[in-house]
Design a protein around this ligand. Structure first.
Ligand code: NDP
Length: 337
């Protein structure tokens, strides 16, 4: 069983050198005395921004890095053996697994059975999995978009941002996205059909650029990055605008997260600002699938993945996520079904 293990707990963003590879043998049958467990073959593994160290205890459900333990993260897997009444050999599932070829999963409440296999299985690490649910829950439950709303999405080519923006477009909203390269801006304009897009790394005055794209102001800011972009968005929100805080990736690495000096605008303009965790919205997963599957099948949403082959490519792929070198959902292909 090939594995990717953490050398130690980590502080801050992960580097490829924080991980190492190891192989060992395991039985492909669960011991008869185990109950409510599944043994899975990992097919696709997901790189996500929560897979990083932390200096303080926080409310996350799990930590990806523990010394000499396989990295923990989301994946798409096939059940090889099961002592759980809800899962059978041959079932395809997505949920929390480990960075190795085979994993025994004992905490099965975050495992979802994959019923729709006409869609590429890797999509369940992204658009049909946790990041897709994040986009859906954030946009609809917190942003509450209406036709004609003006929507701004940061980190808009990412796994979450690309769906949030496209769902807003499908609602008849005007949508502008920011991303960190010329190529990503082209993707936003040409592949996702956003009304506007800009490379934040080439802009020095975010306030001016948002004023240019939103002369009448922003109704919904789908926030993925925090920091200076949030400062500028606060200056450009409309009265009763909504800021949907999925994440703030620019802040995670900082010892002292940036203070936000334009916060008083939430009072002046009665802005709603709300952070959320996708874990609180998984009960909406069936409803989410009902919405999103037809959009994918009919080609109404486009989905972009950045794929690497082989478990050994995982450490470098995870590092790239935090420097923006991924374009689209970062996935590792571990095995064929
Ligand atoms: P992405 O696929 O968007 O990957 C991360 C991207 O973030 C990079 O490609 C890069 O794009 C951008 N980035 C990296 N560092 C910085 C920085 N310092 N400043 C600005 N941008 C940066 O990730 P996801 O779509 O999976 O996640 C998007 C956000 O959603 C994250 O903040 C994440 O924490 C959050 N999230 C929240 C969840 C929840 O339950 N609330 C669940 C899942 C994700 P670029 O080239 O544009 O810089």
């Amino acid at each position: 069983n090939k594995q990717v293990l953490a050398k130690d707990y980590i502080n801050g963003n992960p580097k490829a050198t924080d991980m190492y590879l190891k192989s060992s043998t395991i039985s492909l049958q669960l011991p008869p005395d185990t109950s409510n467990a599944v043994l899975v073959k990992n097919l696709y593994l997901s790189c996500d921004p929560y897979m990083r160290g932390t200096k303080k205890r926080d409310s996350r459900l799990f930590y990806s890095f523990s010394p000499d333990s396989p990295i923990i993260g989301y994946g798409v897997c096939k059940v090889v053996d099961s002592t759980h009444p809800g899962f059978n050999r041959g079932d395809l599932v997505w949920g929390v697994t480990k960075w190795e070829e085979y994993t025994v999963i004992t905490i099965t409440d975050s495992l979802f059975k994959i019923e729709h296999t006409d869609i590429p299985l890797s999509y369940y690490t992204g658009i049909l999995g946790m990041p897709g649910m994040t986009a859906y829950a954030g946009l609809y439950e917190i942003g509450v978009p209406k036709k004609g709303d003006h929507v701004f999405v940061s980190s808009a080519v990412g796994a979450v941002g690309q769906l949030a923006g496209q769902l807003a477009k499908l609602m008849g909203c005007y949508v502008v996205g920011s991303a960190g390269s010329k190529e990503k801006v082209e993707i936003l304009k040409n592949k996702f059909d956003f009304d506007g897009a800009f490379n934040y790394k080439e802009e020095h005055d975010f306030n001016a650029v948002l004023k240019r794209y939103f002369p009448e102001g922003i109704d919904i800011y789908f926030e993925n990055v925090g920091g200076d972009m949030l400062e500028a968005a606060l200056l450009n929100m409309k009265r009763r605008g909504r800021i949907v805080v999925a994440g703030m990736i620019s802040q995670y690495e900082l010892d002292e997260p940036q203070g936000i000096k334009n916060l008083v605008n939430i009072v002046y303009k009665q802005i709603k600002i709300e952070a959320f965790t996708v874990y609180d919205y998984y009960h909406l997963y069936p409803k989410f699938l009902e919405t999103i599957l037809p959009y994918i099948r009919e080609g109404k949403v486009t989905y972009i993945e950045d794929t690497d082959e082989g478990l050994e490519s995982g450490p470098a792929a995870l590092e790239r996520l935090f420097t923006g070198q991924n374009a689209g959902k970062q996935v590792i292909v571990v095995a064929q079904e």
